[in-house]
Design a protein around this ligand. Structure first.
Ligand code: P70
Length: 470
């Protein structure tokens, strides 16, 4: 693949700018409510940002999942939906886009990422097997556990240190994988679960050298390597920027090379692929594919639509092509960085280096007087909403859940509040409003108290848990 890499004006002139490679054609009004109304809304939601109505939110940084703005091309593609039950034209477009840009042989559409996680976990894990991975992700680990697997975190130690400036904090520690193999034997490992720009670590990338070494390790032991490709485009941007030998390669080339070291991938297309709903699963091995293709009709739908409408598959196919454009990736990460650099300048503790899809406020340092079992990151999310109607997400002890064997809270080292930036949605002025709100909450930190959990659901408790102020 030879690509002409378009240079932004900033790159052409050696200036700092990263401006968006698009202009706005359609707008959606935002709603602002008063402090009293926000107080009532927060109480009604049990101080859980997942339980707020979006009408009560001003700037919504809960997630970058399904919240992107689609392009005029994608919207045009929606009108070309072929809603045939079987063999939709749009499925073949999607298949072609995944084969071209991610390089996998066999693909299945799913309703979203966790649909794909469910299928691969069921097929590739035998009860009692271990799944080493670069830090857990909530839905990924849950599906692995529900399939009888045991997740083992094998990310490098630096990933658990919000102040470490390691350029590839998403890397797997190969020594930890070797130890696991030495203790239990290669047959006890279901597969290695590798994620691009590790979400829970702060959107931290994996290097090409690391995946290459992992491939060699897997080949030595006959172990499969599967990729969570959800934010792999953003990971490719960091490789282009930071890894020796990749500055002259396009995002598309880097993505294809990286995926080429893996045996398959699951995808939440709601992120990198720029759609509001959708996902996919892709593998190279035919036998594995046959099993997955059979199982998908039980849980998702026929193998040429999974859980998606034809129009959604078309939007995904177009979104994939748009997402791998170099100027897109650069402005996407550039906007996240703009917000992060403002906060660093103002002395607010955040996870560094600044990641790909979000700014992660370090609630442990932010509220050093609030113990972890009083939910500092949840508290911070509540305070930000109360201050300015900004919705963020807890990524700390509430998200970590409980150890299924002991019933105790997991106490994760990272206690973070995530300001997640949707793609192509908010402006630089919105980032300024956000930074000012964070600063105000930071300045009031010493008089802030923690929370107690008063309702706790069994699965993925952070989504529906309720809290009260202490
Ligand atoms: C988020 C979203 C979803 C996700 C992911 C990675 C690395 C798989 C998935 C699942 C949505 C979310 C999910 C659970 C808790 C909070 C938020 N992440 N792998 O906001 O994909 O949502 O399509 O089923 O980040 O980070 P899907």
């Amino acid at each position: 693949m030879t690509h002409h890499i378009p240079q932004t004006m900033g790159q052409q002139h050696g200036r700092r700018s990263w401006a968006e490679p698009w202009k706005i054609k359609m707008v959606e009004p935002l709603r602002m409510i008063t402090r009293e109304e926000r107080q009532a809304a927060a109480e009604g939601a049990g101080y859980n940002t997942f339980l707020l109505r979006s009408d009560d939110v001003y700037i919504d940084l809960l997630t970058d999942s399904g919240t992107s703005a689609m392009s005029d091309r994608q919207w045009a593609g929606m009108m070309l939906g072929d809603e045939a039950y079987a063999g939709s034209r749009n499925f073949y477009h999607l298949e072609d886009a995944i084969q071209t840009y991610y390089g996998y042989r066999h693909i299945l559409p799913t309703h979203q990422g966790r649909g794909a996680e469910h299928l691969i976990s069921r097929v590739a894990i035998k009860p009692g097997q271990y799944i080493p991975g670069n830090m857990y992700f909530t839905t990924t680990r849950l599906h692995q556990e529900m399939a009888g697997g045991i997740f083992v975190d094998v990310i490098i130690d630096e990933a658990h240190d919000p102040e470490s400036l390691h350029p590839f904090k998403g890397n797997i520690d190969l020594g930890k994988v070797e130890d696991l193999i030495n203790t239990h034997g290669a047959a006890a490992i279901a597969y290695i679960s590798l994620a691009g720009t590790v979400n829970m670590a702060g959107g931290q990338p994996v290097s090409m050298a690391n995946v290459r070494d992992l491939r060699a390790l897997c080949d030595r032991h006959g172990i499969k390597l599967f990729l969570d490709a959800t934010r792999m485009v953003e990971n490719s941007f960091f490789i282009q920027e930071r890894e020796e030998g990749y500055a002259g390669k396009s995002i598309a080339e880097i993505l294809r090379e990286f995926c080429g070291y893996t045996d398959g991938a699951w995808m939440s297309a709601k992120k990198d692929n720029l759609v509001n709903i959708g996902g996919w699963l892709a593998v190279n091995d035919w036998d594995l594919f046959e099993e997955l293709r059979n199982l998908i009709v039980v849980f998702e739908g026929l193998h040429t639509y999974g859980g998606a409408a034809g129009r959604d598959m078309e939007a995904m196919a177009i979104g994939i092509v748009e997402s791998v454009q170099d100027d897109h990736a650069r402005s996407r990460v550039g906007q996240v960085r703009y917000l992060g650099e403002l906060l660093v300048e103002w002395g607010v503790p955040i996870v560094q280096p600044i990641g790909g899809h979000a700014i992660f406020l370090d609630a442990r340092r932010f509220y050093s007087h609030i113990p972890q079992n009083q939910f500092p990151a949840q508290t911070l999310a509540a305070e930000l909403y109360l201050d300015s109607g900004i919705r963020s997400m807890e990524r700390g002890i509430a998200s970590a859940g409980r150890d299924p064997h002991t019933g105790d809270h997991y106490y994760p080292k990272l206690e973070l509040t995530r300001l997640t930036i949707p793609r192509r949605v908010y402006t630089q002025a919105h980032m300024d409003v956000t930074a000012e709100a964070v600063k105000a909450v930071y300045d009031a930190r010493e008089t802030t108290h923690g929370l107690k959990m008063v309702y706790e659901p069994k699965y993925l408790r952070f989504f529906q848990a309720r809290f009260e102020r202490l």
